[in-house]
Design a protein around this ligand. Structure first.
Ligand SMILES: *[C@@H]1O[C@H](CO)[C@@H](O)[C@H](O)[C@H]1NC(C)=O
Ligand SMILES: *[C@@H]1O[C@H](CO)[C@@H](O)[C@H](O)[C@H]1NC(C)=O
Ligand SMILES: *[C@@H]1O[C@H](CO)[C@@H](O)[C@H](O)[C@H]1NC(C)=O
Length: 362
């Protein structure tokens, strides 16, 4: 079965490459779930939430004003939208507010961004900050589908993007937010169980083209300077070991899915590998600094959030891997997005996003 599927995917991509098709006729919409790697500003519309990036200099490079995105410009979800050839998705809470106050009649036809910065795979992660958990994100989507606010045909053709887990693993090492007494393996297992529930939910709501991204080297973020026991002159190895466990578990789990959930095409994006490539030969990609944050304060620029009292900012964000204490710059996101869109199987497998966007799953 597996071989037949792969053969089918291979043949479809050969066929499609010989026929000239516009990408936008294949993927009309993108639905995005996860954390700050994707968040287009949901938290900004959630006044209860204290995880915010709605102040300068966030947004200074592309939008030229803060949008709620936790970077200087576009996120991975934005770049992928551009590659697909559709407009950026609105944050769900913005679209919701517009429909409720009557300024828009319908929800957008190019998809919706449900991601919430600071959220994790586990429901409890950063709950005290008022973030929208992944489980709530799915409920928001489910409600729209059940109320027929989103066309089912549209959902079938749409691209679904998922990335979460960095906050769960970072918090595991932070005494103040440590969510659990579970040992690392059980903790990772509980994350994977939630991811499988997530997948099952969106499949049942009609998702058929699904890209699930693994986690980057979270142990390398400048914010590790806040953690007792984390080294400064190199990445936090213990944290990266846990990240790799999650990543391996995710890939193993997803391998079975095209057989179990039919018909679907599922791509596994190896973000960890992509970021490590960038870190190993930074010059080749135009980076001069891959450890410290461009914007922040204290050790590695990781002790305080960018834009808060006393922060410093670098001259050229494009030369930095990290924009703030947790998040990559737009330039790094662009590199990651291109690798996911058109990269080979070391970066995303069994198909890249460009192929996922062109082939039909049924
Ligand atoms: C898929 O779509 C992209 C964007 O329109 C196009 O460049 C590419 O050639 C298409 N075909 C395949 C097989 O990826
Ligand atoms: C904010 O919190 C209050 C009280 O917990 C809740 O009733 C309300 O729905 C929340 N608002 C948003 C936008 O999440
Ligand atoms: C409706 O809500 C949106 C999003 O919050 C806001 O930008 C817009 O100004 C509101 N329009 C009206 C008529 O209240």
């Amino acid at each position: 079965m597996e071989i037949m599927r792969l053969l089918f995917i291979f043949l479809s991509s050969l066929l499609l490459s010989s026929v000239s098709v516009s990408a936008s006729s294949y993927v009309p919409a993108i639905f995005t779930f996860g954390d700050s790697i994707f968040d287009a500003g949901n938290n900004r519309f959630n006044k209860n939430c204290s995880a915010q990036a709605d102040f300068p200099p966030y947004g200074s490079s592309f939008f030229h004003h803060p949008t709620g995105r936790f970077t200087n410009g576009r996120t991975v979800a934005d770049f992928i939208s551009q590659f697909v050839g559709i407009g950026f998705q609105k944050p769900y809470l913005e679209a919701y507010a517009e429909v409720v106050n009557g300024s828009q009649k319908n929800y957008p036809s190019n998809g919706i961004n449900f991601a919430s910065a600071g959220s994790g795979i586990l429901q409890e992660t950063n709950k005290h900050l008022g973030v929208i958990s992944m489980q709530e994100q799915v409920q928001q989507f489910e409600k729209l589908v059940l109320q027929n606010q989103i066309d089912r045909n549209l959902i079938q053709k749409s691209l679904f993007l998922f990335e979460s887990g960095s906050n769960d693993i970072f918090n595991y090492f932070a005494p103040s937010t440590r969510p659990t007494t579970l040992d690392p393996d059980s903790y990772v297992q509980s994350m994977l169980t939630e991811v499988s529930r997530f997948f099952n939910s969106i499949y049942n709501l009609g998702a058929r083209r699904i890209a699930m991204f693994n986690l980057g080297p979270v142990g390398c973020v400048p914010a590790r300077a806040l953690l007792r026991g984390a080294p400064i002159n190199r990445c936090f190895g213990k944290m990266n070991v846990m990240v790799k466990k999650y990543n391996m578990g995710l890939e193993t789990m997803l391998k079975d899915y095209p057989r179990v959930y039919r018909p679907t095409v599922v791509a596994y994006g190896a973000v960890y590998k992509i970021v490590q490539e960038l870190r190993s030969v930074p010059n080749q990609y135009g980076f001069t600094e891959v450890s410290a944050a461009c914007c922040g304060a204290g050790t590695l620029g990781g002790m305080q959030q960018c834009g808060k009292d006393g922060y410093k900012i670098c001259k050229n964000p494009n030369e930095f891997l990290f924009w703030d204490s947790f998040h990559p710059t737009e330039h790094a996101y662009e590199f990651i997005s291109k690798a996911l869109w058109a990269g080979g199987t070391t970066r995303i497998r069994p198909v890249n996003l460009m192929t996922l966007a062109n082939i039909t799953s049924n």
